[in-house]
Write a protein that binds this ligand. Structure first.
Ligand code: DGL
Length: 269
């Protein structure tokens, strides 16, 4: 097979977090080549203004388009919240964000219609998850909580233990009191904290990881658009905007595999 189907899937995030989405894409679409861009020079996106995040997302998208990607996966909730609509209006290739797949999955699994969402301040303040959930389940009761320290905990590797647990209990207290039965991990760093969050949330709460739902959605979009590729020899390319060494150290925990051949690039030029 040749032509557009053979082109890679482009995936970008502010840093390493999007590797949790890339991991799910590699698992569900093993015959597809991928190009990953982590904007490590400008991470975190979470506390930045919507305008700044949109500019960063545009530059990341241009970089991946130059590499000939056939579909763009925004593997960052904050960038999805602020930039996905404009990117899909502007680009000729399908643009996939992480919010809608996560929201649909939450609606699918909730039993009592009370859904908690955790994410960066940028994602939570945008109200994007509430809107996406209510679009599918108008009567849903959505309770959101920004958990900015979780990104630092995941990057430090402090994914369990006293500090992580106390932080989680403090952030989740309000959500738990409101009787949510579903908790959306609305940040691509959070799947690393999943085990600890499950303990803190308790067995009555189902955690939703938008990485898997996004990979499934990507597979559906490729099928729908006739862009699916199945080949034995695939390529996996990695680009960052700063400090390839630190990215390489962190990457294994997020991706579940070693990453080599990381190239440092400049965006926006
Ligand atoms: N990857 C980002 C997200 O999913 C979190 C990290 C950041 O703040 O840049 O929202």
């Amino acid at each position: 097979m040749s032509g557009v189907g053979a082109a890679p899937i482009g995936v970008f995030d502010s840093g390493v977090g999007g590797l949790t989405v890339l991991r799910a894409i590699h698992e569900q679409l093993p015959g597809e080549s991928t190009v990953y861009l982590g904007d490590t020079a400008r991470v975190p996106y979470g506390p930045k203004s919507p305008d700044t995040i949109r500019r960063y997302a545009n530059e990341a998208a241009e970089f991946l388009l130059d590499r000939g990607v056939k579909v763009l996966v925004i593997a960052c909730n904050t960038a999805t919240a602020h930039a996905s609509r404009r990117l899909s209006d502007r680009l000729d290739i399908p643009v996939i964000g992480v919010v809608r797949p996560g929201a649909s999955e939450a609606v699918r699994v909730t039993r009592n219609g009370r859904i908690g969402v955790i994410g960066t301040r940028g994602t939570i303040d945008s109200g994007t998850y509430e809107r996406a959930i209510r679009r599918v389940l108008p009567e849903a009761k959505v309770r959101s909580q920004a958990c900015p320290l979780f990104v630092a905990l995941a990057e430090e590797g402090w994914v369990s233990g006293d500090v992580a647990e106390l932080t989680a209990r403090t952030y989740l207290e309000g959500l738990l009191r409101e009787g949510v039965d579903t908790l959306v991990l609305g940040c691509t760093h959070y799947p690393l904290l999943r085990g600890m969050l499950e303990d803190v949330a308790g067995p009555a709460i189902t955690l939703v990881d938008s990485a898997e739902a996004t990979a499934r959605h990507t597979a559906n979009v490729l099928d729908r658009e006739g862009l699916r590729d199945e080949r034995a020899a695939v390529s996996r390319q990695y680009f960052v905007t700063d400090d390839a060494e630190r990215f390489e150290q962190l990457a294994e925990g997020f991706l579940g595999a070693r990453v080599d051949g990381i190239e440092v690039v400049e965006l926006g030029g």
